[in-house]
Every structure is written in structure tokens, then in C-alpha cells.
Design a protein around this ligand. Structure first.
Ligand SMILES: [Zn+2]
Length: 199
């Protein structure tokens, strides 16, 4: 799934706070956004492995959530929803496409790395690839309820994220063709800095 879908899903995890602890809801939404974003910071180095932990984020999220319920504060709620967002992102990547330049071709057997079992999890392709039309539908489906739950400035962040989702979906296949055309022209000294799927 594309990054906008992940950050919106992370945010929506904090929806129960609107009722349960409204004063902490903005913290929860922001932490869910950041947790949904964080794993993909490994985009250029060991993508879906270096910062993706489908098992460990989930395991850590349990005590963090219990601590937040027991003693709600900016810190406990922030940590809990950050971990929940990162866990959901890492698990959700299993249900998308594989790691390859053109994931719609379905040639890769690597979706996300499971550090616990020390092996790659195969893509299940519920969403065929990041930026597929069903991925955009997911982003919109997550974004619309969020717009009803959050105020400024989070509302502007949701709107901006949805705009990125639309642009990425429209350009997705073209971006892969541009990458395929440009990368062979780059000096080989840049190789270590390129995502594996581009080599
Ligand atoms: Zn990811």
C-alpha cells in the first residue's frame, strides 16, 4: 500500500480517543500518522526490512496500549499510537504487492521481512500494488471519516495526504517507466544509494 494509505490508517486508529479522552485525541492522531509513516523511512536502504517489524511492533504495542489506558498522558498515548501505526503498516504491507520496479507484474515473492522468523513474507496482493485504484479507494475510505473527526491543522494534513494519494495513483505507472529510463544512465557509483528494486 502507498504511504498515504498507511498514514491515514495510522491516524484512524486513534478515532476511539475522540470519545474516550478528547483532550488527547490530537496527540493520538498525530502519533498514528507518524507511526504509519515511520517504517517507510527505509525506502532507500533495505526497504520493507530495515524499519518494518510486523511482529515486534505488534508485540510492543500491547503493553504500550495498556500503559496508555492505565495512565493516559501525552507520552503514553503518543508512544502507544506510534507503535500501533507502525505495526499496522508493517502487517498491512503483507496484503499489498511485492518489491519490484513494476509490482503490477506480480513477479516478486517479497512483501515484507519478518525479523522474528528471519524470512520474507510473500505478497498476498489484496491491494495489487501501491498506487493501484483499490489503494486509492482505501485512502479515500480512511480519509473521509477522519475529516469528520479532526480539526485544523490535522484536517489540512488529511486533505494534503489525500491529494498526494490521488497524484501518486495517477502517476504510479509512469513513475516506474521514468525510473527504468533514468537509472541505467546514472553512474554506477550511485548504485549503493538506489533502492534494490531499481537495480
Ligand atoms: Zn511499508
Amino acid at each position: 500500500m502507498m504511504l498515504p494509505t498507511h498514514v491515514l490508517a495510522g491516524m484512524l486508529l486513534a478515532a476511539p480517543l475522540v470519545r474516550a479522552a478528547p483532550e488527547l485525541a490530537p496527540v493520538g492522531f498525530a502519533a498514528g500518522f507518524l507511526g504509519g509513516l515511520f517504517p517507510d523511512l527505509d525506502m532507500y536502504t533495505g526497504h520493507r526490512r530495515t524499519l518494518h517489524y510486523p511482529v515486534y511492533y505488534s508485540v510492543l504495542a500491547v503493553p504500550a496500549l495498556l500503559a496508555a489506558v492505565d495512565a493516559p498522558s501525552t507520552l503514553t498515548v503518543g508512544v502507544a499510537f506510534f507503535l500501533l501505526g507502525a505495526a499496522l503498516h508493517s502487517v498491512a504491507d503483507m496484503y499489498g504487492g511485492g518489491l519490484e520496479l513494476r509490482p503490477w507484474e506480480g513477479n516478486s515473492d517479497r512483501a515484507v521481512y519478518d525479523h522474528h522468523r528471519e524470512k520474507w513474507i510473500a505478497p498476498r496482493r489484496g491491494v495489487r500494488y501501491d498506487g493501484a485504484v483499490e489503494d486509492l479507494a482505501l485512502s479515500v475510505g480512511l480519509g473521509v471519516p477522519l475529516l469528520l473527526l479532526v480539526d485544523s491543522p490535522l484536517r489540512q494534513i488529511v486533505i494534503g495526504t489525500l491529494a498526494v494519494a490521488v497524484a501518486y495513483t495517477v502517476l504510479r505507472r509512469r513513475l516506474a517507466e521514468i525510473a527504468a529510463a533514468v537509472i541505467p544512465l546514472l553512474p554506477s557509483s550511485l548504485d549503493p544509494y538506489l533502492p534494490d528494486r531499481y537495480r
